[in-house]
Structure formats: C-alpha cells, structure tokens
Design a binder for this molecule. Structure first.
Ligand SMILES: NC(=O)C1=CN([C@@H]2O[C@H](COP(=O)(O)OP(=O)(O)OC[C@H]3O[C@@H](n4cnc5c(N)ncnc54)[C@H](O)[C@@H]3O)[C@@H](O)[C@H]2O)C=CC1
Ligand SMILES: O=C(O)C(=O)[C@@H](O)CO
Length: 300
C-alpha cells in the first residue's frame, strides 16, 4: 500500500514496544528487535514480526531506534553489525532516544555518508501514549528525512513538532522538556512526602493537589504509582541521571546556571545509589521517605 512502509523498531522497552505496536496497527510491515529475546518473542505473539536484522536491512524503509541512550544508539547504527551500512539509499532512521544535541548532529552526518536520512526525533508522553500511537515528537531533519519518515510518524504520534532542518534541534527541545519533567517528578516526590509529615496521606495528596494549581503532568502521571506502591518501571530512575546530566552538560557549555535541575539530579543519583535505578522514577520518593523516617504505601 502507498502509505505503508517496511519498518523496524529496535529497542522494545517501555516506549519502543508501544511504538512497534502502533506502527503495526498503522498497517506497516513491522519488525521488532531487542537484545532481550523475550521482548521480540512477545512482539511476535502480538502479531508483529522479527528476524535477522542484517538480512532484513536492505528491504527496510524506516528504522525506528528506541534504545536507552547515545551509546546504545551508536552501537545499533554503527557498531559491530550496525544496521546503517546495510540499509538502502533513501531509507530513514527515526532516532527516538533522549541524547545530547551534538550526538544527534554527528549521527545524522554519519548516516548521510551512506545515503541514509536521519530524523532527530525524541519523544514525549510515556508508555501509555506510545502504545496509543499518540506521542509528541520533537523532530528535526532534512525535508527528505521528514518525507521518508512521515507515514510511520503518522502512526506513532499525535503531534510532530517540526523544529528545523538540522538534526540536533529536536534533542535541544527534548532537553528543555527533560529539565521540567525531571524537576517536576522530584518536586512531586518532595511535596508528597512533605505532606505526609503534615498528616496529608498520599492518596489525599493526589486527590486534592491534582485539582489545584500546584499540579503537573508528572504529578498526575507518577504520584498514583506511589499511592499504589507500584514501582514497575514505565520510566526508570536510571533515565534521570542520563537526562538531567545532558541538560547540565549543555547548560554548562552555554555558561547557564541551572541550580534547580542540579538539585533534582542529586535526588535521582541518590535513588540510583540506593539500588532503585531499575524501579519507576516515582521511586525517587523513597529517598525523601528514608531520609524522614516515613513509610510509603506498600512498604512494611
Ligand atoms: N519511559 C518513558 O516514559 C520515556 C522514555 N524516553 C526515552 O526513550 C528511550 C527509551 O526509553 P525506555 O523505553 O523507557 O527504555 P527501556 O530501557 O525500557 O528500553 C530500552 C530497550 O532497548 C533495548 N536495547 C538496548 N540495546 C539494544 C540493542 N543494541 N539492540 C536492541 N535492543 C536494545 C533494551 O533491551 C530495552 O528493552 C530513552 O532514551 C528514554 O530516555 C522518552 C520519553 C518517555
Ligand atoms: O514523556 C516524557 O517526556 C519523558 O521524558 C518521561 O516520561 C521520561 O521518562
């Protein structure tokens, strides 16, 4: 069909799995890949396809990369058995991991050497919107990259912000979002546990504050995890030392002081240091709770 594409999604974690399902629902022939074989098997059971990436690469038109970070993205694209060298001229990489802007620029230049388009396309909305095909995508790339990616973007995103024709501009905007998102999660945890010291239970906190001016998207999305005592990782603590680290690195290069971001980063570093790195990022509340001798829901 005219608007369907031979598509691979590499990285079937919290975000990539939903993206792969959304691409499949959009009618694209969708192949899913993950170093964790269980994830690829699950995708197969859900109606997707998988296989040997190297064999399939020459027929792929769109490759969506949703691994954790810059190092994993580079390895998927250009490491041993990297996919770019096997792609056909005109194929497009949609790079969704949160990475530094200058890394996105360098990946775009290296893809161009192989005649492959690169769309710098970090994502927002969490695992639920990924599964619904309703992500916000902060995208930058050449008009040719946008044209090649468009049919798949239409299946996975509600809104695609077109932020310029050079890779890096999408990742710069994502860093701005991450500054807010990380600070909002940490301040939600601070306020929720502060409330406990004042006799405000976590469930009352969510009921009342989510309808008051102090609320945020992150409060409404993450605080219910604390109330439920459920730290299944939809977005892990480990994402934040990476993302707030990116923010502070590029802020430092711009000689921009970001003290509130730095404080939030320390709380996520403390959470990771307490062995909570693979829990949902709402677990940053445990840092506050342990410090204040509080018992969160679900803890004995
Ligand atoms: N979880 C969230 O709510 C959001 C995450 N992000 C960003 O999206 C990216 C993905 O995040 P998540 O899905 O939460 O991470 P995740 O850790 O749940 O998923 C990453 C997946 O990539 C796989 N992987 C790693 N190396 C691989 C390789 N070489 N080949 C194939 N698969 C490989 C892992 O096994 C894992 O399943 C990150 O950059 C994150 O910062 C952005 C918005 C929201
Ligand atoms: O959805 C987003 O935007 C996010 O970055 C978080 O959910 C981070 O994991």
């Amino acid at each position: 069909m005219e608007n369907t594409r031979q598509t691979a999604v590499i990285g079937l974690g919290s975000m990539g799995y939903g993206i792969a399902l959304s691409a499949l629902r959009g009618g694209h022939q969708t192949y899913g890949f993950d170093v964790n074989a269980e994830q690829a098997a699950r995708f197969l059971a859900d109606g997707g396809q998988t296989g040997a990436l190297g064999d399939l690469a020459p027929q792929l038109e769109v490759v969506v990369v949703v691994v954790l970070n810059a190092a994993q993205t580079e390895s998927v694209l250009f490491g041993d058995n990297g996919v770019v060298a096997d792609l056909a001229n005109g194929a497009v990489v949609i790079a969704c991991a949160t990475v530094p802007p200058d890394f996105a620029e360098s990946m775009s230049a290296r893809c161009a050497e192989y005649g492959v388009h690169y769309l710098d396309a970090p994502i927002s909305g969490g695992s639920i919107k990924a599964a619904q095909g309703k992500l916000s995508i902060m995208a930058a790339g050449t008009p040719e990259a946008f044209d090649a990616a468009r049919p798949v973007l239409d299946s996975i995103a509600e809104t695609v912000f077109e932020l310029g024709d050079s890779a890096g501009a999408g990742s710069a905007m994502k860093a701005v979002n991450q500054l807010l998102a990380g600070v909002h999660i940490a301040t939600m945890a601070e306020a929720l546990t502060f409330g406990m010291t004042q006799g405000v239970s976590p469930d009352k906190f969510v009921e009342v504050i989510s309808k008051c001016a102090g609320t945020s998207w992150m409060l409404e999305n993450r605080a219910p995890h604390i109330v439920a005592g459920d730290y299944t990782p939809h977005s892990s603590v480990n994402i934040w030392p990476k993302d707030l680290g990116i923010v502070l690195d590029i802020a430092k290069n711009a000689q921009f002081s970001a003290p509130i971001t730095a404080a939030a980063l320390q709380q996520f570093v403390a959470a990771a240091g307490q062995g909570l790195g693979h829990e949902d990022d709402a677990a940053v509340a445990k840092v506050y709770a342990r410090n204040a001798g509080l018992t969160l829901p679900g803890e004995s």
